[in-house]
Write a protein that binds this ligand. Structure first.
Ligand SMILES: [Fe+2]
Length: 151
């Protein structure tokens, strides 16, 4: 394992987690209508999860002798709830991809692999959860509404 390669990948992950803090917080701030009752706190919880992951990864980067990045990527936002859920699922899926790549780079470093796997498990839970939410909420198309298909 090259220390620099793993540090670079962890920094890409850290930027993604900071993006999550901002993107989910923003989603929580702006969600309106009756679904606000449910989703304002759901999105805020996801922002907190991203912050928790950022803490873990930032600490790990410093432990490995790297400098944690304090920047983030552009956030995606929308007033359409179905679109926000879609952005959220894609965000979690990208996290799964990034942590998986970091695990490949960690190679024989067993403690680091386990550290990353613990987070990866939560990212996959995020994908599963948003996939289910998108299924039950529908995505605004008729195909997503079984009642209409059979009606
Ligand atoms: Fe995360």
């Amino acid at each position: 394992m090259s220390n620099q390669a793993i540090i670079d990948q962890l920094n890409e992950i850290l930027k993604h987690e900071w993006t999550g803090v901002a993107q989910y917080s923003q989603a929580s701030f702006i969600v309106e209508g009756v679904w606000r009752e449910v989703y304002a706190s759901k999105f805020l919880d996801d922002a907190k999860e991203s912050f928790g992951h950022a803490q873990l990864v930032g600490d790990k980067i410093a432990s490995l002798g790297g400098v944690p990045l304090a920047t983030r990527n552009e956030i995606r936002q929308s007033r359409e709830l179905a679109e926000v859920l879609q952005f959220s699922m894609e965000f979690e899926a990208k996290a799964v991809e990034m942590y998986s790549k970091a695990i490949d780079l960690a190679g024989e470093n067993r403690p680091l692999v386990i550290f990353l796997e613990d987070i990866l498990k939560e990212e996959q839970e995020g994908v599963d959860e948003y996939a289910k939410l998108l299924r039950s909420t529908g995505n605004g198309t008729e195909a997503a509404n079984p009642a209409r298909q059979t009606g």
